[in-house]
Design a protein around this ligand. Structure first.
Ligand code: GLU
Length: 411
């Protein structure tokens, strides 16, 4: 998500709800931004220094909440936009958190596991007192996973006291919640199903194309197939695979679980395609589940899907978003489509605090209920004002935060 996109979506929502100038100013700036030095000793004994970030956008509705990404393109401006997106996302699904985002500007593929661990622990140390169970709760995002969360939790617990609730998305053995790992992908399918059913269409039988086969993409694919939809194309960084009758997701998962890339498939039915071709395939639903800015003004005219499900954060550029709106292609926006992740994080956090664990069935049921409620409210808002689902979703989020801020007397 670029700063231009996040400001534009915020402005459109602010216009819709007639937000005052004071509140616009207050809510379009973050409360706190940290730029951190993260030194690392490599396995060969040499040293490097990385830049780390944490932006805490707003905490009117509860502690700051949001992921940490390890990515070469992570910088303060992007982290700032993504932090604001978290504030609207947590408000939209009505969980008691504010919004934050963090990251380290690093290419994790260049690091060994021990280097990753040291880097994560140094970053957690540098964050120090800025995070906490009731202060700011990090979670996984691009290139971070339950293992990274375990290191963060452990380092924080060394510095403070045993605090499993200081991060979410942990391994189940260390206080993670069964269901959290699949929650973003499963939640995206829950939201898609609500959308299709609202218009009297079933999910079963839909033809879906997914870009990305990491945590989100792979859980989406599995959940879609379980519910009778056909995943006709999938891709990862290396390229993709397409099969009109639907792909064998179990076989693909087995291949990638061994570290295999989709470009090197052998013995699995389907034709090789590029990521660019995948975006332009004829299908019912296109779900970008990896990078930002993949549907742009340059390819939007060739996008043939009837529904775009934004499982990644910021996959559609604002110009392309306008073109899709003019064509009445439904875009289910990121803050709704991928809100299953942070909603699942909320369930994990509450279980850690109560030291009481739920069954995975209860987790999935509560997740589905919350997301379908959020979809219905978004849809009602968008239809009432004849605006995009994105504007409806942002408006609901911004309105809730604005009212919390006003009640607290922050302005
Ligand atoms: N990184 C995820 C997101 O962008 C999850 C954040 C969380 O669970 O706090 O929504």
């Amino acid at each position: 998500m670029t700063p231009v996109a996040s400001q534009r979506y915020f402005d459109q929502a602010a216009d819709l709800i007639h937000l005052s100038d004071e509140l616009r100013q207050l809510l379009s700036t973050p409360q706190r931004e940290l730029t951190l030095q993260v030194p690392l000793t490599l396995d060969d004994g040499t040293h490097r220094v990385y830049s780390g970030y944490r932006v805490q956008h707003n905490r009117a509705r509860g502690p700051y909440k949001g992921g940490v990404r390890f990515h070469p393109a992570a910088d303060l401006a992007k982290t700032r936009s993504l932090a604001a997106l978290m504030t609207w996302k947590t408000a939209l699904v009505d969980i008691p958190f504010g919004g934050a985002k963090g990251g380290i500007q690093v290419d994790p593929s260049e690091l060994s596991v021990t280097e990753m661990e040291r880097l994560t622990r140094r970053f957690t140390e540098a964050l120090g007192p800025a995070i906490g169970v009731y202060r700011d709760i990090p979670a996984p995002d691009m290139n971070t996973n339950p293992r990274v969360m375990a290191w963060m939790m452990d380092q924080y617990s060394i510095m403070e006291t045993y605090s499993p609730a200081v991060v979410t998305g942990k391994p189940v053995e260390l206080g993670g919640a069964p269901g959290r790992d699949s929650a973003t992908g499963r939640g995206a399918v829950d939201v898609l199903e609500s959308h299709l059913n609202f218009d009297g269409r079933p999910l079963a039988g839909s033809r879906v194309v997914i870009q990305g086969f990491g945590n989100v993409g792979s859980w989406m694919a599995r959940t879609l197939v379980d519910r009778g939809a056909h995943v006709i194309a999938l891709s990862d960084v290396s390229g993709g695979i397409y099969r009109e009758q639907g792909l064998d997701i179990d076989a693909l998962s087995a291949h990638t679980a061994q570290g295999g890339l989709l470009a090197d498939l052998d013995g699995i039915e389907g034709d090789g395609i590029t990521n660019a071709e995948l975006i332009e395939l004829e299908c019912d639903v296109l779900a970008p589940a990896a990078l930002g800015d993949v549907i742009t003004i340059d390819n939007v005219d060739r996008v043939k899907a009837g529904v775009i499900l934004e499982a990644a954060n910021g996959p559609t550029t604002p110009d392309a978003d306008e073109v899709l709106w003019d064509r009445r292609v439904a875009v289910i926006p990121d803050i709704l489509a991928n809100a299953g992740g942070v909603t699942g994080s909320y369930f994990e956090w509450t279980q850690n605090i109560q030291q009481f664990s739920w069954s995975e069935d209860r987790f999935n049921q509560e997740l589905g209920e919350r997301l379908s409620r959020a979809y219905d409210k978004t849809r009602a808002m968008a239809d009432e004002h004849s605006v995009k689902l994105r504007t409806g979703a942002f408006a609901l989020g911004v309105e809730r935060v604005a009212s919390a801020v006003t009640l607290l007397g922050h302005r």
